[in-house]
Design a protein around this ligand. Structure first.
Ligand SMILES: [Fe+2]
Length: 205
């Protein structure tokens, strides 16, 4: 085959740990809901910027520094971030990989999260705490989409890795990591129950 693939976009998806996830997620879900009750500033910010949902993104975004449950999560996620960095062939010598931000997202019915990326970090991701059946996944966009000038459409039979979007299902207990420049979104939650996730950024500093 004369054609080779270059400049791949890598996405990491793996269970947080082999066992004990139900118990850990119950603890995390309780803490996320308590945080929403406690965080009046976050609820106000969410009412304006995250319609129908709650995020601590603008109010309490260093949860790994203040809660032992989240510190525990940070430790578990760091192992995955390092594995992803190895897959990316990154040379991490000379500085430290460190979680810079960690925040909660609660999406009740109809809450959505529009297209965005995560500035000021190199690896970002989400950990799924509670994912009612049928809740929306995490949709990624081909980073070259704005350069596809006058491109014909893809065949109905196109290979998944050739398409311009890919959606990873939200699955409680699973970690998804991506390079922070990769744009992504979450469609509106169409089911009756709340979808809970924790998002985070890693810096190399
Ligand atoms: Fe995000």
């Amino acid at each position: 085959m004369p054609v080779r693939s270059w400049f791949p976009t890598l996405i990491y998806s793996e269970p947080l740990q082999p066992a004990g996830l139900d118990c850990f997620n119950t603890e995390l879900a309780d803490e996320c809901r308590r945080l929403r009750q406690f965080d009046a500033a976050g609820r106000r910010w969410s009412a304006k910027n995250y319609p129908g949902g709650y995020t601590s993104y603008a109010s309490m975004n260093e949860l790994h520094r203040f809660s032992s449950t989240f510190t525990d999560l940070e430790r578990k996620l760091l192992r995955h971030a390092r594995a992803f960095a190895r897959a990316l062939d990154l040379d991490l010598r000379g500085r430290t990989v460190r979680m810079s931000d960690c925040w909660v997202n609660i999406m009740p019915p109809m809450a959505a999260h529009s297209l965005h990326l995560h500035p000021l970090s190199f690896i970002s991701g989400t950990y799924y705490v509670s994912t009612p059946r049928g809740c929306p996944g995490l949709k990624f966009e081909d980073p070259r989409l704005d350069r596809f000038m006058a491109a014909p459409p893809k065949l109905a039979s196109a290979r998944a890795a050739r398409l311009t979007h890919v959606t990873y299902p939200a699955e409680a207990g699973r970690v998804i990591l991506f390079e922070s420049w990769l744009r992504h979104e979450v469609a509106a939650n169409q089911v009756a129950d709340e979808r809970i996730s924790i998002s985070f950024n890693f810096q190399w500093v």
